[in-house]
Design a protein around this ligand. Sequence first.
Ligand code: AMP
Ligand code: MG
Length: 400
Amino acid sequence: MSVDQALAKILDTVVPVATVETVPLLQSLGRVIAIDKVAAINVPPCDNSAMDGYAIRLDDLEPLNELLIAQRIPAGQMGKPLKVGTAARIFTGAAIPPGADSVVMQEDTETRGEVVRVDRSEVKLGQHIRPMGQDIAKGSVVVGCGKRIQPQEIGLLASIGVTEVEVFTRLKVAVLSTGDELVEPGQSLASGQIYNSNRYTLTAFLIALGCEVIDGGIVEDDFQTTCDQLQSLSAQADVIISSGGVSVGEEDHVKAAVESLGQLGLWKLNIKPGKPLAFGAVGSTPFFGLPGNPSSVFVTFCLLARPYLLRKQGQSDVAPVMTTATAQFDWHQRGSRQEYLRAFVSVDEGVASVCLYDNQSSGVLASTSWANALMVLPPNTTITRGARVDVLLLSGLVGG
Ligand code: AMP
Ligand code: MG
């Protein structure tokens, strides 16, 4: 099964969170908004000046090009109606006084005492006025249900006076690591052991997505222990993600355990790194069985688990943005699997180019830290230096 087909099937099964909570504006950062926010006001609330200068009525400049400065309007104050033949000294952000139809910036004027001189031929009707509602019209949807709140939405919501936001409740995601060789950082390593990095990679991804993480610990490579732990996690979590133990070796028990407790949907994926990968359910709790190799965990989480979780959190748009860059290498891909190579994109003279990490082995986690992108290499493809290739920037795959 291709990665795209698998993703479509996985997304098809998503049942988004249905519960909603109200949080203070700043605490909604990174959460998905559950109810459209509609503007109760216009932004800006009235026509205002975009410049420091003079508010005038254009026709008053005939025939003299001179006006009497009759009032002064700083930001935050309302002026009086503009009398015929007068100008208002006005500052950026101040309300346009009734009767004025244009603003002349101070640099384009000459003042003599109480009189300001403006060359009419230099002025365009309506210039330097920011009309009421030009940013946001009263009654419009400012942030719609399904959007993840980022700093720009926080500012936008503040601009319409919002103090609280309705967001979907946090997803509870359990992380389980399988493998007799695993030891937690902080403990000493005996020979043959390695530190459990997958638990940390996955937990960090989940924290960045605003999930509540349930630590499922390390389970030994044993069928019954794996079943017991999966069953216990399924009672607490909205989603379970495991790493390791999904191959077909004698020490791999995840597949059989999930099959005995629920069902396993997907099995063989045309993805590298990342084969094998499992998707199914423990009881009724959705389950991702990611591979054990650390780079495979990184790639399969980004490409398959992440969009699933985003959709389950209530987010509407979950597709990462693909872009192109010029290959700085030759590559011959003979396999039938789609490859996601750890890559670095840089821009020289306006053109994006991409190079690859030397060692693309799925056990090499350093490649993911060196990279700022994944280069997508379709099955059976030859790339020659200078060709345009597809890349996914990690900035769109890591973080909230
Ligand atoms: P497995 O899929 O269980 O056969 O694991 C494949 C490889 O990934 C083996 O070299 C494991 O030692 C390694 N591995 C599995 N789980 C982890 C983990 N949590 N952290 C780091 N490496 C792991
Ligand atoms: Mg293992």
